[in-house]
Design a protein around this ligand. Structure first.
Ligand code: ATP
Length: 248
């Protein structure tokens, strides 16, 4: 489904991704785990192509020079130079860190904004689906985004991403700042979405433990480099890995 080879990202002289290669097969959930500043968001921006927009903005503002190298293959096609909007159209949809919902728009409006790539019938069906996965959101239809709790905002952010008809959903730290109870709801719903919609999902998290049960394969990033990878069972069955990275 997606294969990234030798990704290198420099913010000026600072190496944020160091020769990272990752893979996500069809209908897999792939975890990318790493501490603060390990490079998780940089990876997600690079895969979604948004890094290209950030790079252009920096160029225009005379800011720092951002350099991106490596190759990204998606559904058998080289998308390394494809614009983020075209990647979204092809099904790569990013649900960014810290949700980034529109705080002045209500729940329905936020979801409709996500449907810009969907046909009216897809939008209608997906809206019903989002409310089925997150019934709490339906009750809050008219509430503005800024007045939702963190968990509700995260549901809305994932719902909005689903409205864009993803084939590959990129979830950047979806559990950030949520209570353990809400975290477990989000983890369960992520698996449900994969199973029911047949999507592929790449999910980043600082702590692997809550997400590990639902991933098929995972990578560990350290200072921008992928230092470890394996199936869930391979990682869980390695005692050194378990204690060093997963706290289990
Ligand atoms: P977090 O959990 O804090 O979100 P992360 O794993 O997502 O961390 P990144 O946000 O990808 O990490 O950052 C990787 C490194 O690149 C960090 O050292 C960060 O300070 C740096 N960095 C990120 N964005 C920029 C930028 N626009 N300009 C300069 N340095 C940046």
């Amino acid at each position: 489904m997606l294969e990234a080879n030798g990704l290198m990202v420099f913010y000026e002289n600072m190496l944020a991704l160091n020769n990272v290669s990752i893979k996500c097969e069809d209908k897999q959930i792939v975890g990318v785990f790493g501490a603060n500043s390990a490079g998780k968001s940089t990876l997600m921006y690079t895969l979604s192509g948004i890094m290209e927009d950030i790079r252009k903005k920096e160029d225009m503002a005379g800011g720092e020079r951002i350099t991106v190298m490596g190759q990204i293959l998606y559904l058998g096609r080289d998308i390394t130079d494809l614009k983020p909007s075209k990647r979204a159209k092809a099904g790569i949809v990013l649900c960014p860190e810290r949700r980034r919902i529109f705080p002045e728009c209500n729940v329905i409006e936020n979801l409709r904004i996500g449907a810009y790539l969907a046909s009216p019938s897809q939008a209608k069906d997906t809206l019903e689906y989002v409310f089925m996965v997150y019934p709490a959101l339906e009750k809050l239809e008219k509430r503005v985004g800024g007045f939702l709790s963190g968990g509700e905002q995260q549901m809305l952010a994932i719902g909005r991403a689903l409205m864009a008809q993803p084939k590959l959903l990129l979830l950047d730290e979806p559990l950030l700042g949520l209570s353990p109870l809400i975290q477990s709801i989000m983890v369960k719903s992520t698996k449900e979405i994969r199973d029911e919609k047949g999507l592929s999902i790449i999910v980043t998290e600082q702590y692997a433990r809550p997400v590990l049960p639902i991933v098929d394969y995972a990578f560990v990033l350290e200072n921008g480099a992928a230092v470890l990878e394996g199936t869930r069972d391979e990682l869980l069955n390695n005692p050194d890995v378990r204690s060093a990275y997963f706290g289990v």
